[in-house]
Design a protein around this ligand. Sequence first.
Ligand code: PDD
Length: 287
Amino acid sequence: MSRIIFLNGSFLPPEEAKVPIMDRGFLFADGIYEGVGVLDGRLIDNDAHLERLERSLREIRIANPYSRSEWTRLEQELVARNNLTEGFLYLQVTRGVAERDFFFPQEGAPTVMMFTQAKSIADAPAARNGIAVITVPDQRWERRDIKSIGLLAQVLAKQAAKEAGAQEAWMVEDGYVTEGGSSSAFIVTKAGSIVVRPLSNAILPGITRQSMLRLSKEEGVSLEERRFTVEEAYDAAEAFLTSASNFVVPIVSIDGRQIGNGKPGPITQKLRDLYLQMARQPALAAE
Ligand code: PDD
């Protein structure tokens, strides 16, 4: 069965899913996106993703084309039409098509697009073995809390990581880690506390981060919401990342320095198990 794309109200084969070159997403990166993990054919933490979508749209003043229940129904239909059991749903809303001009167009409607990607999340080798990260300067704009489709800084950061033999880049500002190119960043201290940067305009409010923190609080794991430096990360007992497309992934080296004993740490493993359990049993998810 071939892939089906959602575009502006229609479910289409890829060759028919076309956007005009005057789309403001293409010309200005004038749009926002969301990404939701799919496990056992279910959208994980979808309500929280849709809440963040609503916020991103509000912040850049694009009218939300659908209600939360309409979004959910369309997402579920796309997952079903693609027979997706495990992977990722990407959705994007741009300010639509108009003659190139910086000012918001007076007329027209947003461009709404969604696609899915099959991907193994629960049993991914990265999750079993851990990954390497490098640190790079954070070169992004000041509203990183908005899930903007303008991702050039992240593209360059992640490509630098790949060329260095790593799988993710941790971006650094004023000596402190902000977040990963496409993930939230965590360390675990030698005393066993999780350390994570507090929410602000400096980072994306990660949905997996939020669920994982709720689960770790319920589990009684000690938590420090504060910034951490690169040096502190080098010296940490464990490190890990979270994202909708990977859940919880151990980090076993940073800038070539081994973290802990160079293997996925026990607290990270525990959190990953808890997250997977929650994803598999929707009754455990937050309302
Ligand atoms: N990235 N920080 C950044 C900069 C991100 O791009 C992402 C997600 C996250 C994690 O957020 P969440 O847990 O809500 O996925 C943090 C997605 C997966 C992507 O761009 O593919």
